[in-house]
Write a protein that binds this ligand. Structure first.
Ligand code: 5GP
Length: 192
């Protein structure tokens, strides 16, 4: 998606450890008109897919998912919560996700009230790196008996393994911008 690539090229900062910082429009301050364009594009890409729910993970996926939902008949948006508690209650589905940016593992939960057998779920997230966050969301959906009918990602780092691994499972995964390579020393970002 050209406009997203333009934003990344203009405002993205490449940090050591393969981290792209896009705080000025995606991860801290949010550019709502860009999110609108992203929502429209997700709708175009998943136009033929029946979707009853959008699911994401806190925090940065929430804004993107909410704006996107407006293009999918305002289906409910459920975000998986990162839980600090050691006691996981029986009224939630729970899984573990290793955070790419913080390098720590946390429990991620979603209430059984909001995810059901028969739900057709579109997963949305800001970044795809090694795929840990998406695998966690897929696990939660699976526990509920819900079906993951698609995955929409804003920025995929194509040089990391998550995208290939998840596509190999046969899931319809679409990324609006795929980064082929990035260099923390020169700041250069190349798109696929
Ligand atoms: P994964 O679980 O696929 O390894 O990483 C995806 C998650 O880590 C996303 O939810 C996102 O929050 C975070 N993440 C991964 N790589 C980056 C990055 O380069 N920049 C930012 N801002 N977040 C990232």
């Amino acid at each position: 998606m050209k406009v997203l690539e333009d934003y990344i090229a203009k405002y993205g900062q490449v940090k050591p450890g393969n981290v792209l910082k896009v705080d000025s429009f995606l991860n801290h301050q949010m550019d709502v008109s860009l999110f609108n364009e992203m929502g429209k594009e997700f709708k175009r890409l998943f136009a033929d897919t029946e979707i009853t729910k959008i699911m994401t993970i806190e925090a940065s996926g929430i804004g993107i998912a909410c704006i996107a939902a407006q293009y999918f008949n305002n289906v409910p948006v459920v975000f998986a919560k990162k839980s600090q508690s050691v006691n996981i209650s029986s009224d939630v589905y729970a899984t573990k996700v290793e955070s790419f940016t913080h390098k720590k593992t946390c429990d991620v939960i979603v209430s059984k009230q909001y995810l059901h057998k028969g739900d057709k779920v579109l997963l949305i997230d800001d970044f795809l790196a090694n795929g840990c966050a998406l695998r966690g969301l897929m696990d939660l959906a699976n526990q509920a008996g819900a079906e993951v009918v698609g995955i929409g990602i804003a920025v995929e780092k194509g040089f990391q393994k998550g995208g290939d691994e998840i596509r190999a499972r046969g899931v319809h995964l679409e990324s609006l911008a795929i980064i082929e390579s990035m260099n923390a020393e020169t700041g250069e970002i190349k798109f696929r």
